[in-house]
Design a protein around this ligand. Sequence first.
Ligand SMILES: Nc1ncnc2c1ncn2[C@@H]1O[C@H](COP(=O)(O)OP(=O)(O)O)[C@@H](O)[C@H]1O
Ligand SMILES: [Mg+2]
Length: 417
Amino acid sequence: MRILLVGSGGREHALAWKLARSARCEQLWIAPGNPGTAEIGINVELDASDAAGIVGLATREQIDLVVVGPEAPLVAGISEVCEAIDVPVFGPSSQAAQIEGSKAFAKALMAEAGVPTAAHHVFEDAAAAHAFVADQGGTWVVKADGLAAGKGVVVPADHRETLAAISTVAATKAGTRLILEEKLSGPEVSLLAICDGEHAVPLLAAQDHKRIGEGDTGPNTGGMGAYAPTPLLPADQAQALVDVVFTPILRTMASRQIPYRGILYAGLMLTPDGVRVLEYNARFGDPETQALLPLLKSDLVDLAWRAATGTLKDVQLSWEAGAAVCVVLAAANYPDTPRTGDPIQGLDTLPADVLAFHAGTRRRADGALVTAGGRVLGITAVEADLAQARQKAYAAVDQIHFDGMQVRRDIAVQGVR
Ligand SMILES: Nc1ncnc2c1ncn2[C@@H]1O[C@H](COP(=O)(O)OP(=O)(O)O)[C@@H](O)[C@H]1O
Ligand SMILES: [Mg+2]
């Protein structure tokens, strides 16, 4: 099969690595890709959101299957334009991707499907939300409705902070509509499922680490590391959750004529009162994918094809025994304004069985590899258990250097018992 992968981050390097391992992958193109994917397939200089460019490439190269990594091209409608030229796409339509693109849409869907989630209220502007909180009192989680690159949610400590958060969130680019949610507590777990519009096949449960600082302190990032499986949600419990968090959503979306095909990512909170869905994402998590795919034994090309063509029924995944840990190496000044251009050393010294997924890297004209984004690399190790996987990942991390490198030393600690 001739496959086109869209995106350029660490998630896409992991996807390219896994797709290329399939006997069914004849040739792989990545638009635009990164220096890591350049070693696996053919990078094509195209913006991930350039739908016309993607369609042109798919036609020219007679692509059989398009796999979409990031959310922005999905929300912009890349699936529809590919389907219009009869190329199956692993990724939802723009309407279905609203499950991530609009939190108000997602909450309404959850209510209709009977999915357990935080109680919520939707407001068209900050003034209305402010009036509600002033009247009701209490502490509410404040969320922007639209995509805000991780900056659209504030979890306030008290009533006063709630009022301040309404103004902060309303000022983001995500639009003026706001959601106020009941504040829940508990550990968070990411549960992803491959969906074909009707059936959902769950992956292992993973945990990511969003804050920049150890012990989950400091500002939010795209993710500083991840591990899988997490003992917080063993495989049998994850399987049992399919009928709670995925199947009802697929059924409801199908009944609204917006079938969901692709990866559906449920952000779960394990509260004292049971599992609650905090949000859905319309794609693989980054960096969860860099921990999950190295554990997956099943053929990803086959799975993506089945999801895209509605033939996932009765499919079961097979997994490596053991666990995977992915540690992200971030640039100086991340997450504010990451410094770029720092030369990266030591990648060539890593053991063969450690995976170094590129995210924000660039090849200079002289061939040197330098930093080119906030999250630079994701270093993944797979071992018999989490403790050993951690050890191996960090031993590899210690062989890599670039000026200003930021690393959290506590990735997966919560999973090691
Ligand atoms: N109802 C809630 N109660 C407590 N914390 C929450 C709640 N909703 C979200 N959060 C916290 O805020 C984070 C971001 O919220 P989420 O809905 O996942 O938005 P996004 O990922 O789009 O920024 C979550 O990972 C969680 O830590
Ligand atoms: Mg989230």
